[in-house]
Design a protein around this ligand. Structure first.
Ligand code: GLU
Length: 394
């Protein structure tokens, strides 16, 4: 039996594949430290767990509205206002099974064959695959460590064509931690004003996890006149250690929210009712634990960055947000491939796996010559992993 043409255009998610591989190896008795998946190792806050249990006890086990309960939409609107500086009416908010589903539905609901989607690279693995699944073209906007892994307004001007349908922004970004300051977003907004056909996806899922000074900046708040073509995506997975609950939220123009909910009505239907109740508690409850989490992530980041930069052949800049480091291993290339090959880092990553550390190749993210480390693991594991990496490449 053949799979569809659309499915054949895409590859499995390499972040989840590597994490599954690490789990399998562990089950076989191998000692593997997994720094492959982007998932906080902290426990979900107790008030969130209590809300999930209370929802079960109250019998909240039935269908809800496809795009989420009125209560959760209101709580998400509170989150958008408080944490992202975005005032959105509840009617312009929708809830999905993870931020990934919101992105999937938004792109599938709007893209046609031949449309172009601009994606700064390195990118999160699922962005280009969803675009290809929808039948549209991926246009990479390459960034590098020297430029803070951020695109410039000049780069955007040069990339937009009459076929451009979306620009995908992710700040703080996965896999680089790149975080756009307000003035750079305003400069991008100035370019976008001249191209009214371009929609913008602003994936702000990592907004609460920032290590620099100043408030989080997001395009729809910096350029309110563009808000009617910006979809801002957020959630509770990263900020509240709720990855397994699968709740994402999105705010955008009503026509797009309705289009996403139309598609969702035929895909998953409503997100889990229990998870929705837990997400209400996450958004409405205390947020102060995040200060502690950010401090702990910052210490882990500093440990990883300082150690990696002492290992010959490896280097990494300091990420401003999220919990990933993009490690450059270009000096090691000749040891892993006889002739230059843009995916040579897959061999490097398998070599690291042989030495007991699971990370994801940079090429999986549209990058090259390196790997992504998720530092959402405790210091002891990170220290041991750094030693293993040093031994593996020495
Ligand atoms: N977003 C996380 C990551 O990049 C979770 C896995 C995924 O969905 O890609 O590791």
């Amino acid at each position: 039996m053949n799979t569809s043409v659309a499915l054949n255009r895409i590859s499995p998610s390499q972040t989840t594949a590597m994490t599954d591989r690490a789990t399998e190896l562990r089950a076989e008795g191998r000692d593997i430290i997994s720094l492959s998946v982007g998932e906080p190792d902290f426990a979900t806050p107790p008030h969130v767990i209590a809300a999930a249990k209370a929802a079960l006890d109250a019998g909240d086990t039935k269908y809800t509205a496809v795009g989420g309960t009125a209560r959760l939409k209101a709580a998400a609107a509170l989150h958008f206002a408080r944490d992202l500086g975005l005032d959105v009416p509840v009617a312009q908010v929708t809830v999905s099974a993870g931020g990934k589903q919101a992105i999937f539905h938004a792109l599938l609901a709007t893209l046609n064959p031949g449309d172009e989607v601009l994606i700064p690279s390195p990118w999160w693995v699922s962005y280009p695959e969803i675009v290809r699944f929808a039948g549209a073209e991926v246009v990479a906007l390459p960034t590098d460590a020297a430029g803070g892994f951020r695109i410039t307004a000049a780069q955007l001007v040069a990339a937009i064509t009459p076929k451009t349908r979306w620009l995908l922004l992710n700040s703080p970004g996965n896999p680089t931690g790149a975080t756009y300051p307000a003035e750079e977003l305003r400069a991008l907004g100035e370019v976008l004003r001249a191209h009214p056909q371009v929609l913008v996806m602003s994936d702000d899922i990592y907004a609460p996890l920032r290590y620099g000074a100043g408030a989080h900046a997001t395009l729809a708040a910096e350029c309110p006149d563009l808000a009617d073509r910006v979809l801002t995506v957020s959630g509770v997975s990263k900020s509240h250690a709720m990855t397994g609950f699968r709740i994402g939220v999105a705010a955008g123009p009503i026509w797009l929210i309705k289009a996403m909910e139309k598609l969702q009505s035929h895909s998953s239907g409503n997100p889990s009712s229990i998870s929705q109740a837990a997400a209400v508690a996450a958004f409405e409850g205390p947020q102060d634990f995040l200060n502690d989490w950010c401090e702990r992530f910052r210490a882990r980041r500093d440990l990883v960055v300082s150690t990696i930069n002492t290992i010959p052949g490896l280097s990494t800049p300091v990420p401003d947000g999220a919990f990933y480091c993009m490690v450059d291993a270009t000096p090691l290339m000749a040891r892993f491939c006889a002739t230059p090959d843009k995916n040579w880092d897959e061999a490097l990553v398998l070599h690291l796996l042989d030495h007991g550390v699971a990370v994801v190749a940079a090429s999986a993210f549209g990058g090259h010559s390196g790997f992504r480390i998720s530092f959402a693991a405790d210091e002891a594991k990170l220290s041991e992993a750094m030693q293993r990496i040093a031994r593996a490449v020495s």
